[in-house]
Structure formats: C-alpha cells, structure tokens
Ligand binder design. Structure first.
Ligand code: NDP
Ligand code: 8X3
Length: 250
C-alpha cells in the first residue's frame, strides 16, 4: 500500500488514474480546484473500494495554498510515496503575435510553476527517506511544436527539462522520476482549451480513435508496478493513427 498524491484528479487522466489505483487499495490524496467533483469522486471511491482517500481542494498556481494544503495532510497519509504531477491545461491556439498574455500566464503558472511548487513541497519527504516516485505528465508537445501551440508546447518542453533535472537531482536518493508523454487524448483538455466550445473540441478527435484517459491510467499502473531497480524514464504514447504532435492519419 502506497500514499499517492495526484494533482488534477477532478477529470481526465487524473480521475482515471485515481479510479484505477483505488482498486489496489492505496491511500490516495486527490487534488484539484473543483471541490464538488473531488469530494464526489472521493465518496464514490470510499463506497466502492477499500482505499482510504483524502480530498484537497486548491489551485496549484497559488504557492501559499499549495503549502497550506500539503501541511494539512494528516499523518495517516504521510509520507507521500508517489507524486503524480498531472494538473495542467492548454488555453487557445494562438500564434505568438496575437496570443493573449492572460492565456500564457495561465499555462505557464499551472504547467510549470504549479508543478514546481508541489514538487518542492513533496520531494523533501522522499529525499529524507531515500525512496519515492514522481510521475510528471509531459506530452508529445514536450518534443514537438505545432502552429498556435507555442506557449503550451514551451510549458511541456519545460516539463521535460524539469523531469530530467529531478532525475539527476534525486539520483543520489534512489527516487524514481518518470515522464508520461501522451499524444491526442479525449478528455476535457480541448474543451478547456476552447473555453467550453464543444464543437471545436470535438473536431480535434474526429476521424480517428484518440487515446482515452483509461489508457494513461493503465500506463501509470504499469510504471508503478516495476521492481525497485527499474525506472521508466519516459513513456511516449500516441493513438495508433498519430505519428507525432503534428501528423495524424484521418
Ligand atoms: P482535463 O482538463 O480533463 O484535466 C485537467 C485537470 O487539471 C483537472 O482535474 C483540473 O481540475 C486540473 N487543473 C487545471 N488547472 C488547475 C489548477 N490551476 N490547480 C489545480 N488543478 C488544476 O485534461 P487532461 O486529463 O487531458 O490533462 C491532464 C494533463 O495531461 C495535463 O497536464 C495535460 O497538459 C496533459 N496532457 C493531455 C493530453 C490530452 O490530449 N488530453 C495529452 C498530453 C498531455 P480543476 O479544473 O478542477 O482544477
Ligand atoms: C496535449 C497533446 O498535441 O493536443 O498535450 O497538444 S496536444
């Protein structure tokens, strides 16, 4: 049984990872901004499984809120064995010369700074015990750039750099660090990107079979089930119809 903290567990990958891991009776700390969704998911998991589960509602962009939330975790859910840095988003598809500063701030603050704030708070518990596993959600956008996705891709390139940095910094302490880099997956991702415009969001996944959140949940399960001497550094996974961030067969 492990103590596992998942950011962005109110939908998409984070929710699917939580549901999947809850079947293995871990202690789960599920976090996001949407309190209602997180509390509902925690209740459902409590009713259906033997897993203990703790909801934490906060915004990863707010360093003080992050600190308060992590400090509030009761001893029964400590120390954290696994941190899944999943909370993230894209906003709009604008070229650099017309992009809105506000959209850029949201992506940079959530995908880079939020991931750093949480890791800074949780990693010391792992360093102290000389064990632990951090899983960061990268993307094919960690490796490619596509038109209008410049700032989102830059944030995911940063996640790649930070994953490598964590791997080297934490090497002396035996802490595993893994980046999972999915291609197109049908979650709330595009709905959020296009401010709830379902027609625009649906178009992203039309004409081929995209990944679904459960695909990523199964990969997390596999990554976590490797023996102590095995660290998967990165898993790149795309729909069969997708070659990279740009080329999709429709
Ligand atoms: P969803 O929109 O379905 O889920 C995103 C999650 O992040 C939600 O739980 C949301 O919760 C949380 N979140 C967003 N902003 C914040 C914030 N400021 N503070 C706390 N939590 C936040 O998208 P996905 O599941 O698809 O995305 C998960 C991760 O996977 C992201 O990092 C994304 O970049 C990455 N990814 C997605 C791909 C895809 O095609 N779907 C492909 C590759 C990577 P709430 O709004 O309640 O706070
Ligand atoms: C999400 C994948 O290609 O839609 O990270 O940006 S993509």
């Amino acid at each position: 049984m492990k103590n596992i903290l998942i950011t962005g567990a109110s939908s998409g990958f984070g929710e699917a990872i939580a549901r999947n891991l809850s079947r293995q009776n871990h202690r789960l700390i599920l976090t996001a901004r949407s309190g209602e969704k997180i509390h509902q998911l925690c209740e459902e998991i409590k009713q259906k499984t033997q897993s203990e589960v703790l909801p934490l509602v906060f915004d990863v962009r707010d360093p003080e809120a992050c600190e308060k939330a992590i400090a509030s975790i009761p001893d029964t859910f400590r120390p954290i064995d696994v941190l899944i840095n999943n909370a993230g988003l894209a906003v709009e598809l604008d070229p650099i010369h017309t992009g809105a500063l506000e959209d850029w701030e949201r992506m940079i603050d959530t995908n880079i700074k939020g991931l750093l704030y949480i890791t800074r708070l949780v990693a010391p518990m792992m360093v102290e015990r000389k064990r632990g596993h951090i899983i960061n959600l990268g993307s094919t956008a960690s490796h490619e750039v596509y038109a209008g996705g410049g700032v989102y891709c830059a944030t995911k390139h940063a996640v790649l750099a930070l994953t490598k940095a964590m791997r080297t910094d934490f090497l002396p302490y035996g802490i595993k660090v893994t980046m999972i880099s999915p291609g197109a997956a049908e979650t709330n991702f595009s709905l959020v990107r296009f401010h709830g415009n379902k027609e625009k969001a649906d178009k992203v996944y039309a004409g081929y079979d995209p990944l679904v959140a459960e695909d990523i949940a199964q990969i997390v399960e596999f990554v976590l089930s490797r023996p102590p001497h095995v660290c998967l550094n990165e898993v790149v996974v795309t729909p069969t119809a997708q070659f990279n961030g740009v080329i999709i067969r429709k």
